[in-house]
Design a protein around this ligand. Structure first.
Ligand SMILES: [Zn+2]
Length: 268
């Protein structure tokens, strides 16, 4: 097993060295399903009712499945609706119990016991233990407790790894290169397309860049509302235009855990 992987890697390195590029990569299996040019995952954070009411109908209309990062404090208002969404093939995953952003006063144990472990348990109870264990960092903050950046981040990683989380998403960075995502899956880049304003331009630029690189785009949405107010929300019109744009691209659109599994099987 190990040998075949090694030889595949060295073949790839040799192909790259002589400039065979894309076709050699394709022969080595480093391609997206059905020859798609890139992968796209749509993610929705915080278990917001507006996602059920305004985003899900558009996802259904376009036949797309997405990832919903749930917080326990919000999910219980419409639990039956979230359960139905998961039964319909969407991914639901851990975004902590109460969504703490600043974790400077936390220890790894406190974060695990108050936020991560109980949310995994909650998801197991309501959505089954046979889930993709993925995670989104609340507010995109990657550190726990005191110390330098590296130390704070490694504390967070240990908590996630102990709970069997296989992939975790931040809220920043460019398109994911699949080999980088396979190597460092707890630090997946993502993009909030309507963070600065309610236009489709930033999303289109990000998606075009992803396609040009043959990479993996992860888009982050929060509230999807009739009108844009800032604070990370998107108007229904802009959200729908972004999804329509994706539907027209030659890309593989699938939940984050599903794309991650594929990336691991091909690029590790
Ligand atoms: Zn959040």
């Amino acid at each position: 097993m190990g040998d075949s992987r090694l030889s595949r890697r060295s073949l790839f390195a040799a192909a790259a060295a002589v400039g065979l590029g894309g076709s050699a990569q394709a022969q080595l299996g480093r391609v997206w399903p059905d020859g798609a040019r890139a992968a796209v995952s749509l993610t929705y954070d915080d278990a917001l009712n507006s996602q059920l009411d305004n985003a899900v109908p558009e996802l259904k209309r376009l036949g797309m499945k997405a990832t919903f990062f749930l917080t326990e404090t919000n999910v219980h208002w419409r639990l039956a609706d979230w359960e139905a969404l998961a039964r319909d093939g969407n991914e639901v995953a851990n975004h902590t119990m109460t969504h703490p952003c600043a974790l400077g006063r936390y220890t790894a144990e406190r974060l695990a016991h108050a936020e991560i472990d109980p949310m995994e348990g909650f998801l197991d109870t309501h959505f089954g233990a046979d889930r993709e264990r993925t995670f989104a960092y609340p507010c995109g903050y990657l550190g726990v407790g005191k110390g330098d950046r590296r130390e704070r981040y490694s504390r967070y990683r240990r908590v996630l790894e102990r709970d069997g989380v296989v992939a975790a998403r931040t809220t920043a960075g460019g398109p994911n290169r699949p080999e980088a995502a396979a190597a460092d899956p707890l630090h997946l880049h993502a993009f909030e397309p309507t963070y600065e304003g309610d236009g489709v331009g930033p999303a289109i630029r990000y998606l075009n860049e992803t396609v040009a690189q043959g990479g993996w785009a992860i888009l982050v949405f929060h509230d999807v509302l009739p009108k844009w107010h800032g604070d990370g929300d998107a108007s229904v019109a802009t959200h729908n235009k972004i999804l329509e744009h994706i539907a027209a691209l030659d890309v593989w659109c699938a939940p984050m855990g599903q794309v991650f599994d594929y990336v691991q099987s091909r690029w590790r």
